[in-house]
Design a binder for this molecule. Structure first.
Ligand code: 7TS
Length: 407
């Protein structure tokens, strides 16, 4: 372990308490530094009241804590205005909000374009929106390495395309889509561009104005924040046109027996009591990212990706899916081992203290496209170390033998 490894890992109580554990499932959820846990606890200890409701000092403090967190998120992704930041439960809810609300403006014959790489969270909401509107759902296929080419993308678009929904980084293959270019092409066709940033925002700097996306969805828990807080960024002009997604308290301006008018952005989309402690925890996670620095995060993850790629490629009878170069994996390594079910791979690795995920990774159409039903997946974050990757590789070398194969 380097001095930097030791310093970073000491910030994470769970990692510090379990030195024998190699946590390689950060694409599912990230570990939490003490400053995030302290921020959540601090909110409940010092500022707890229902934000946006009372007029007493404590409630004002709760409201300020919540709105300051919104401002922290705004500046993190460089949105123009805090009104463009809607707090949700997670990326899934953010994508359901866009598909349910913006999707209700579609008319029969309109088209929605998604890619074959999508997580179910960026597919099922669009299936439902298309069904409700009588719209057509089109897929952009990827190359065997997982790349979405410009030619394949353009072939799926036409003058009836209203929405393009695309992941920034695939949770299965790790490939990164050139969102800036694809968003510009979608705009040529007059379509809005929805980016699923669940796997990108935690790992690379994402600037919504540079990418020029219309919507961006991500989850706090994948970037060292608490579970139960997510973000939907949307351009103000679009959010203004959209009807509310959930109805009830906090999202109204005035209510009569038969009707209601809606609160200003972003409250129109935040019905009910909000997750203020979650928002404060997410702001603390962003503060932590800033202290470590994205340069350091990206560089550590690049080095770890190089090491993982080299180690995995060296293991007999292991098939690594996706890109043929280390850098394009963005810390996500999906693989199979000949003759061994991925669930057995995960169970054997677990017995050696190595945590990986196995299954279809909520991307069944992609699995089918790749010709597999399930895979094992190791995914990295900046707090991982080369030593953990060596333990992963060592355990993987013995998987077939442990299943009773001679070699
Ligand atoms: N989009 C992508 C690309 C994802 O990887 C995930 C979660 C989601 C959306 C949904 O995020 P949630 O926070 O709303 O659940 N991905 C994974 C995964 O790869 N393993 O577990 C969860």
């Amino acid at each position: 372990m380097t001095a930097q490894d030791t310093a970073i890992r000491s910030d994470f109580p769970l990692l510090a308490a379990n030195p024998a554990l190699a946590y390689l499932d950060s694409a599912a959820t990230a570990q939490k530094p003490a400053c995030v846990l302290d921020a959540v606890r601090g909110f409940y200890e010092r500022d707890n009241a229902n934000p946006l409701r009372g007029l007493y000092d404590l409630s004002v403090r709760a409201t300020d804590a919540y709105e300051n967190a919104r401002e922290t998120v705004r500046s993190f992704i460089n949105a123009e205005s805090a009104e463009e930041i809607v707090f949700t439960r997670n990326a899934t809810e953010s994508l359901n909000l866009v598909a349910g609300s913006f999707g209700s403006l579609l008319t029969p014959g309109d088209e929605i374009v998604v890619t074959i790489l999508e997580h179910h969270s960026n597919l099922l909401p669009w299936q439902q929106a298309a069904r409700r509107a009588g719209a057509c759902l089109r897929f952009v296929e990827c190359t065997p390495e997982g790349e979405i080419t410009e030619a394949a993308f353009r072939a799926a678009l036409c003058d009836r395309t209203r929405i393009v929904a695309m992941t920034h980084i695939s949770n299965v293959l790790g490939v990164k889509n050139d969102i800036r270019r694809f968003a510009a092409i979608a705009h040529e066709y007059g379509a809005v561009f929805v980016c699923d940033g669940a796997q990108s925002v935690p790992h690379i700097p994402v600037d919504v104005r540079v990418l020029d996306v219309d919507f961006l969805a991500f989850s706090g828990h994948k970037m060292c924040g608490p579970m139960g807080i997510g973000v939907l960024y949307g351009k103000k002009a679009l959010l203004r046109k959209m009807p509310p997604f959930l109805f009830g308290g906090e999202m109204i301006e005035y209510v009569t027996r038969k009707d209601a008018t809606w609160a200003e952005l972003p409250h129109k989309f935040e019905a009910g009591t909000v997750n203020a402690a979650g928002a404060v925890g997410l702001a603390a996670a962003i503060g932590y990212y800033r202290r470590i620095g994205f340069d350091t995060i990206v560089e550590r993850e690049r080095r770890l990706s190089e090491a993982a790629f080299a180690l995995l490629r060296d293991i007999p009878r292991l098939r690594l899916l996706g890109p043929a170069d280390a850098a394009s994996h963005h810390g996500i390594f999906t693989f199979t081992v000949d003759g061994v079910h991925p669930h057995d791979i995960a169970a054997i690795l677990d017995s050696d203290g190595v945590c990986v995920r196995a299954g279809h990774h909520c991307a069944q159409p992609l699995m089918e496209h790749l010709g597999v039903t399930s895979t094992a997946r190791a995914s990295l974050a900046f707090y991982n170390t080369e030593d953990e990757l060596i333990r992963l590789a060592e355990s993987l070398r013995h998987v077939r033998e442990r299943m009773g194969y001679r070699q």
